[in-house]
Design a protein around this ligand. Structure first.
Ligand SMILES: Cc1ncc(COP(=O)(O)O)c(C=O)c1O
Length: 332
């Protein structure tokens, strides 16, 4: 079953990387896994920060002793390739990290051009695909991504508790050439490979086997639907949501042309009590949406259409409930 999980993860990540398996722990464990294995104290790292999770990556990299350069964009906007070029000019970063789908803002940063710039500079590219995997195209090998982590509880529609990761042969070379050992015993890829590799299954830590069964089934369902069909479903429900929001006079806050299908940051109109709307949706309609975070707190609602929950009937239920709430607010 472990071999099947690895094979299905390769299909979903669109990669041939041998080192592809689920790390025990949620998406943040996958984030730490990538940094602790690839970074040694003093290494230069460039990180795109356009929301909560880029901020978290910078924190994790700093804790690994990296010298971190942050490439910042306003929350809701993408990291532009030109910003990466500017940040690495005159430097020799070991690694550049970006968040593909920023769940805190609803922005999808395109990867290909950035990947080219990063590789021309001789650096590794690390990508956070926690919210993108299974909901929109993620093409590890085509985009030459060297290190990636994801989560199970977003568009894979599995309980939280594992973090699918993948390291390219180039990234594995960097791990092998490290001067010092990996400072985390739990997340050391060399030790984990003895268990998850196709060899002896050497005990490392007790595997969360119920999660492995859950991920196996979730991946089976993703592949049964078909990756591309799943992307199309996410895109069409996003378009239906956008059209319905438009009729209610509501818009999406994240950068036009780079809006996530699976996470919609809806602008809260002037004079509306955003928390009241969320609690009415939850208590009266059984619909839970997220608040804005950081600079977007109070300014957006975050409407998830991820994996199994990305359905036409859910879009309709949300729009119907919002129509009532907006009409009530207008009367008040
Ligand atoms: C883009 C992104 N990265 C990382 C994480 C962290 O994952 P977790 O909360 O599963 O540890 C999340 C969680 O929402 C996320 O959306």
């Amino acid at each position: 079953m472990m071999e099947e999980i690895k094979a299905m993860l390769r299909e979903v990540f669109l990669t041939k990387n041998e080192m592809t398996f689920p790390v025990s722990g949620t998406g943040s464990a996958g984030m730490e896994f990538c940094f602790v294995n690839l970074i040694e104290p003093g290494d230069e790292v460039v990180i795109g920060v356009n929301g909560v999770f880029g901020t978290r990556m910078a924190d994790v990299a700093t804790r690994c002793g990296a010298r971190v350069t942050k490439v910042e964009a306003e929350w809701g906007r993408i990291i532009e390739p030109a910003q990466i070029t500017e940040a690495i000019t005159g430097k020799t970063p070991k690694l550049v990290a970006i968040v593909h789908a920023e769940t805190s803002t609803g922005a999808l940063t395109p990867v290909e051009e950035i990947s080219q710039i990063v590789h021309d500079a001789g650096a590794l590219l690390l990508l956070d695909t926690v919210t993108s995997l299974g909901g929109c195209p993620v093409r590890l090998d085509d985009w030459a991504v060297d290190a990636v982590y994801s989560g199970t509880q977003k568009c894979l529609s599995c309980p939280p508790g594992l973090s699918p990761v993948s390291l390219s042969p180039r990234a594995m070379e960097v791990v092998k050439e490290r001067g010092g050992g990996v400072q985390s015993w739990y997340l050391d890829v060399n030790l984990l490979a003895n268990y998850w590799g196709d060899g002896a299954r050497v005990y490392h830590h007790t595997a969360p086997i119920s999660m492995a069964y859950a991920l196996h089934e979730a991946l089976r369902l993703v592949l049964e639907e078909g990756l591309e069909n799943r992307w199309v479903r996410h895109e069409s429900n996003h378009q239906a949501l956008r059209a319905g929001l438009d009729q209610l006079g509501l818009g999406i806050a994240s950068q036009e042309g780079h809006q996530l299908w699976q996470l919609n940051a809806v602008t809260v109109p002037e004079g509306i009590d955003e928390a009241m709307v969320r609690s009415s949706l939850l208590n009266d309609d059984g619909i839970e949406i997220g608040p804005g975070l950081g600079p977007l707190a109070g300014k957006v609602w975050r409407v998830g259409l991820m994996g199994h929950s990305c359905q036409e009937k859910n879009v309709g239920a949300f729009l119907g409930a919002m129509k009532g709430l907006m009409a009530g607010a207008a009367v008040d």
